[in-house]
Design a protein around this ligand. Structure first.
Ligand SMILES: [Zn+2]
Ligand SMILES: [Zn+2]
Length: 267
């Protein structure tokens, strides 16, 4: 499996999961042309192969804004959970129902989801292929135990580190927007992301990418330092707002087997 983050943050989110048999797009905040351009920078031809499914996590524009356009141009079905109303889209496109919490296969990709607390019904997504699992959780105001447990079953994490509370407080956002970002159904701060990583100590994740960083209220170095201070044993890096990247899915199998041995979680 290869995983490409075409963009991350308020200007558009999109992650492509690719195997020889399946292609899944999670989130659709970037249009087909933008996807083509950003993935070309990673030596990937977005248009060369059909998408098998498009899974938007929630209805906010930076995750959902280009859903109709991407579904139209790629012909791929949209997997929508019932928290996404989108009546016009449902009436005019190939929409399949995604039941949150239920496993779903797209080709040889196995997909699971869990609800996360946000001001629109939202899910974290875990995608597994041949024993390697990647979980992504962005746009959540806090990390409930159920989400920690969900993330604990992945090897590689894409975790929101949206803002530094100091930069947010001193920054240009109006007070109402600052309150929204900071609320229990807003976005994770660097500190909250660090606390989630600490709660995952001893669990399966061996690498974490910090994503959905605010271009205004955060900084790659600040976010990375904060997360590394929380988990010096974990490989952590932060993806700059909007920058395309391919995830490194190489895992130390010996370390994994030791970690498995200490845990009682069913894999
Ligand atoms: Zn977002
Ligand atoms: Zn959102």
């Amino acid at each position: 499996m290869r995983v490409f983050v075409a963009g991350s943050g308020s200007s558009g989110n999109s992650v492509l999961f690719e195997t020889e048999r399946a292609r899944l797009l999670v989130d659709c905040g970037i249009g087909p042309r933008g996807m083509g351009k950003r993935l070309r920078a990673l030596d990937v031809d977005f248009e060369a192969r059909a998408l098998d499914a498009i899974l938007p996590t929630h209805e906010h524009a930076d995750h959902f804004g280009r859903a109709a356009q991407l579904a139209r141009t790629t012909g791929a079905p949209l997997l929508l959970h019932r928290g996404i109303a989108a009546p016009r889209l449902r009436a005019s496109h190939d929409v399949r129902e995604l039941t949150v919490g239920q496993r779903l296969e797209v080709g040889d990709l196995s997909i699971t989801t869990v609800a996360v607390p946000h001001d629109a019904p939202n899910v974290a997504v875990r995608v597994e292929h041949r024993g390697v699992a990647v979980a992504m959780a962005t746009d959540l105001g806090h990390v409930p135990r159920a989400v920690v447990d969900f993330l604990a079953t992945a090897d590689v994490l894409l975790l929101e580190a949206n803002h530094c509370p100091r930069l947010l407080a001193a920054g240009p956002y109006p007070a109402s927007l600052k309150r929204r970002v900071l609320s229990d159904v807003g976005h994770l701060s660097n500190e909250q992301a660090g606390a989630a990583l600490r709660a995952l100590r001893g669990a399966r994740p061996a690498r974490a990418y910090l994503v959905h960083l605010s271009a205004v209220n955060n900084d790659v170095d600040v976010a990375t330092r904060r997360a590394r201070a929380s988990r010096p044993d974990l490989a952590v890096s932060a993806l700059a707002h909007g920058a395309p990247s391919e995830l490194d899915l190489r895992l130390d199998r010996r370390r994994r087997s030791v970690v498995y041995g200490q845990m009682s979680l069913p894999f």
